[in-house]
Design a protein around this ligand. Structure first.
Ligand code: TYD
Length: 228
């Protein structure tokens, strides 16, 4: 049984976090159903998910740094996360729910900061290449041209102005959350471009509706794939 890898994306303030929790509960509650029989749920996040990657997260979110340094650290954290957590979980047949993954690097470092997409693409290909890690592990995981990618990516979309208002009421902003609305407009268009390039993987969720409606859309997207 191959695992299921679902990532959650969107600009800061798009409201994805509470839905990840709800989906984890739904998977936990239905672990005896046919679609997800016996699957464990691994709830994780990026940057982060391992002790080392969480240390890198602190730096990425709070220390000012050169754009290439930031991109390298984001992918270093990701590589470690894949090797230590995501790949072993998928090889066991678990459901991995990941709060952000590589699309965030293309949206934030690429579209938001203006860092070149070609370099990001090279980093994506080496950090997510599992063939050199272990042929045995790689044989148990669904790969796209040898590269690990989520099976499904839920992209939460809200107008950047609305997200900014939500963030203004939240806690102390980090390096990204304190960017202006124009930055988030670029990030949102970066996400839209990634979604357009891989329409089979992405489901775009309208995050600018009631919590119940968003939740229903999330559940419907996951059920439509037969994962729940
Ligand atoms: P976020 O996922 O929004 O966590 P929280 O809800 O705790 O604020 O924060 C992670 C931040 O890191 C977010 O602003 C986007 C940024 N980020 C990148 O810039 N590049 C990446 O590749 C990833 C995974 C995240």
């Amino acid at each position: 049984m191959t695992g299921v890898f679902i990532s959650f994306e969107g600009i800061d303030g798009a409201g994805k976090s509470s839905h990840i929790q709800a989906l984890a509960q739904a998977f936990g509650a239905s672990s005896s159903s046919a679609a997800s029989s016996g699957r464990q749920v691994v709830l994780t996040r990026e940057p982060g998910g391992t002790a080392l990657s969480e240390k890198l997260r602190e730096l990425i979110l709070h220390a000012p740094m050169d754009a290439l340094t930031e991109a390298l650290l984001v992918f270093a954290a990701r590589r470690e996360h894949i090797v230590q957590v995501i790949a072993p979980a998928l090889a066991r047949g678990d459901v991995v729910l990941c709060d952000r993954f590589t699309d965030a690097s293309f949206a934030y470092q690429g579209a938001g900061r203006g860092f070149d997409l070609e370099t990001l693409s090279k980093l994506e290909h080496s950090a997510q290449d599992l063939r050199r890690l272990s042929a045995d592990l790689a044989s148990k995981i669904r790969l796209k041209h040898g590269i690990l990618q989520p099976d499904l990516t839920l992209l939460f979309e809200v107008p950047p102005q609305v997200a900014a208002q939500r963030l203004a009421q939240a806690r102390q902003p980090d390096k990204f959350e304190s960017q202006d609305v124009a930055f988030f407009e670029r990030v949102a268009s970066g996400y839209a471009a990634r979604a357009a390039a891989d329409p089979q993987r992405f489901v775009r969720i309208n995050g600018h509706q009631s919590l119940e409606h968003v939740r229903a859309d999330v559940m419907a997207a996951v059920k439509a794939r037969g994962y729940l």
